[in-house]
Design a binder for this molecule. Structure first.
Ligand code: ADP
Ligand code: MG
Length: 300
């Protein structure tokens, strides 16, 4: 039978918006010594704002850049895609038919568009996407990414028919409570707090600095995030992964405790995680770990 202490603890956590799936998850939570945070949508709000647009091709302007990117991003659930689509929809531009769409998790999207009878291959995403698809990165394109990097923006490169035409910057705010929560977590004798992100080192470091986390692993694919978790486990660590389910579901599933934010990627996250965080998702983390530890002490 489930000990009364576990029931009481899970009920108390549920009232705070922390849904723990079963007593085993609570016991693993009590033994966690390593916490990995996803960045986008987890430490940040995941509601990016439009930053600078850098046009790199004479036949395009800033609005066309957005329009093409939005046409390609329309089916994507990624917060960066939602931003581009919302901004383009404000412009009231021509409609575009999407013939083909492919999302590459942690990298971007590829699409074939038709407008006015013209067919175009559009890529929107990061440098890795462009390298993997054999799109040459000009010195200007690299500079554009660097300058967006330096101002803490995530760069979305846009290519049309194999040629880079520009870059769109996106700014995401760090969650209000993130700094204080991490400060509290540091008092729990954990061995390691790390940020795992698919984003570039510079925007990742900017967030890390704001929340006072020293370890950052950037430019990770969803699979590489899971491998990071697994390496720590092989070293004997008990790992909690906190993510929003977008591009981090494999890591959530690999972790000893996957804590998934209720929200955008809810369905994927709910499946991958053994704990669901509702409401202001980071807020209850320190108490959750403390309570798990106390509960386990009581039942032993
Ligand atoms: P994080 O690990 O910080 O949560 P993601 O893994 O979701 O970030 O994405 C990593 C990077 O991949 C983004 O910073 C972006 O450069 C690129 N990316 C992912 N999805 C998209 C998309 N739909 N459109 C454009 N870029 C994308
Ligand atoms: Mg994310």
């Amino acid at each position: 039978a489930t000990p009364a202490a576990v029931l009481a603890a899970t009920a108390r956590l549920a009232r705070r918006g922390v849904l723990v799936k079963g007593g085993a998850a609570l016991e693993r939570l009590a033994r966690v010594d390593t916490i990995a945070f996803d960045k986008t949508g987890t430490l940040t709000e995941g509601r990016p704002e439009l930053g600078d647009r850098i046009v790199l091709h004479p036949l395009f302007d800033a609005d066309e850049l957005l329009w093409l990117a939005a046409a390609a991003e329309r089916p994507s659930e990624h917060p960066l895609a939602r931003l581009v689509v919302a901004e383009a929809d404000k412009l009231d531009l021509d409609r575009v038919d999407l013939e083909e769409f492919q999302a590459q998790p942690g990298a971007g999207v590829a699409a074939r568009l038709v407008s006015d009878g013209r067919e175009r291959e559009v890529l929107v995403g990061n440098l890795r996407l462009f390298r993997e698809r054999g799109v040459p990165i000009s010195a200007e394109a690299e500079q554009a990414v660097d300058s967006l990097d330096r101002s803490g923006q995530t760069a979305l490169l846009v290519a049309v028919d194999g040629e880079v035409v520009g870059a769109i910057g996106a700014r995401d705010r760090v969650r209000r409570e993130a700094h204080d929560v991490i400060h509290d977590l540091k008092h729990l004798d954990l061995r390691d707090l790390t940020i795992l992100t698919g984003d570039r080192p510079a925007p990742a470091q900017a967030v890390a600095k704001k929340v006072h986390v020293k370890q950052v692993e950037a430019e990770l694919t969803p699979a590489a995030k899971a491998e990071w978790v697994q390496r720590r486990q092989h070293e004997g660590r008990v790992v909690a992964m906190i993510g929003d389910g977008i591009n981090d579901a494999p890591a959530l599933a690999m972790a000893d405790v996957g804590l998934a934010l209720g929200g955008v990627g809810t369905d994927i996250a709910a499946e991958a995680g053994s704990v669901i965080l509702m409401g202001d998702p980071l807020e209850p983390l320190p108490e959750t770990i403390r309570l798990a530890r106390q509960t386990v002490r009581v039942i032993r």
